[in-house]
Design a protein around this ligand. Structure first.
Ligand code: GLU
Length: 299
């Protein structure tokens, strides 16, 4: 039997924060307890948000935290050809279609058919505007208009021999629901996170995918893509998210405490690890400027 293997796959869109550290430590603890491999992968396909200095910072901050990973690290921006090949495969299967819509045109259509009462809810559900364009019109528009690739969920589901599911570590099956034709090829680079992640997990022989509950909604899409692309099924573990005392999830956009700032305050990585992993559902009780408290408890 192959050695089990997991991965930690951050996107370098900013400095890692304690929520990311929590996820990385869960991957590390799992891999130690199972004598499994742990890879680091840099998911930097979104060049509008990712920066190489944040990639460098990820290596340094994870090293400080005590993570070990084999080299070379897979950096997604160096492998665009792999993802484009997968898009070609899906095109040959006839399960993706070019979508010329803009945010505005999707919102307008959703309002028109009364699918969502508020404009801000629009675009969450794609109403299928470009799903049934005829082939000539598609080819014509592809010559001069930017387009995304969308997965035709209904068509793709007809190719499934069995109901779509994902399995957790206990072997329990979970239904994998997908509610609309998701984008799997962005307008700028012709593939998306959903596609690159399933291609890489297969190429790197990842047997267990450990990631936050916030990504559980993507697991159905990933299982569908794995089936369409003939890729193996990994086991999924969705861990709870580290939250603030107010029950808010820690994220880059709400200015969570970064690992860099903890290191600068003299926090000991071992103490941080204990703090985060010793209870089942930990809470991060410190505000980023709560220096005294942080130093008292973790330095
Ligand atoms: N790169 C993703 C993120 O930083 C994680 C992807 C995954 O674990 O599947 O949120």
């Amino acid at each position: 039997m192959q050695q089990p293997k997991t991965r930690f796959a951050p996107s370098p869109t900013g400095l890692l924060h304690v929520g990311n550290a929590y996820s990385a430590l869960i991957c590390q603890a799992w891999s130690k307890s199972k004598r499994a491999g742990l890879l680091l992968r840099i998911e930097d396909i979104d060049f509008t948000r990712c920066r190489s200095e944040f990639t460098e910072a990820i290596f340094q901050d994870l090293d400080w935290l005590g993570l070990k990973w084999p080299e070379p690290v897979r950096i997604q921006s160096e492998h665009f050809d792999d993802y484009r090949r997968a898009i070609e495969h899906l095109r040959e299967l006839g399960v993706i279609y070019p979508c010329f819509c803009t945010r505005k045109s999707i919102e307008a259509e959703i309002q028109r058919i009364g699918l969502a009462p508020h404009a801000e809810e629009a675009t969450a559900i794609y109403p299928g505007i470009c799903r049934n364009l005829d082939v000539d019109e598609q080819s014509q528009r592809m010559l001069s208009n930017p387009f995304a690739w969308r997965l035709d969920i209904e068509k793709a589901m007809t190719l499934m021999a069995r109901p779509l599911q994902w399995h957790d570590e206990s072997g329990a099956a979970h239904p994998a629901n997908i509610d609309h034709d998701v984008v799997i090829g962005r307008k700028d680079i012709s593939f998306s996170y959903h596609l690159s992640v399933v291609v890489d997990d297969a190429l790197q022989n990842i047997s267990h995918i450990i990631r936050g509950q916030d990504l559980e909604a993507s697991t159905g899409i990933h299982r569908l893509l794995q089936n369409l692309l003939d890729l193996p099924e990994p086991t999924y573990i969705h861990h709870g998210l580290l939250e603030t005392l107010n029950g808010e999830r820690l994220a880059k956009r709400n200015c969570s405490t970064t690992l860099r700032s903890l290191k600068e305050l003299g926090v000991k990585p071992e103490k941080l690890k204990q703090f985060l992993l010793d209870v089942e559902n930990p809470v991060w009780p410190f505000a980023p400027d709560d220096h005294d408290q942080i130093i008292r408890q973790l330095a």
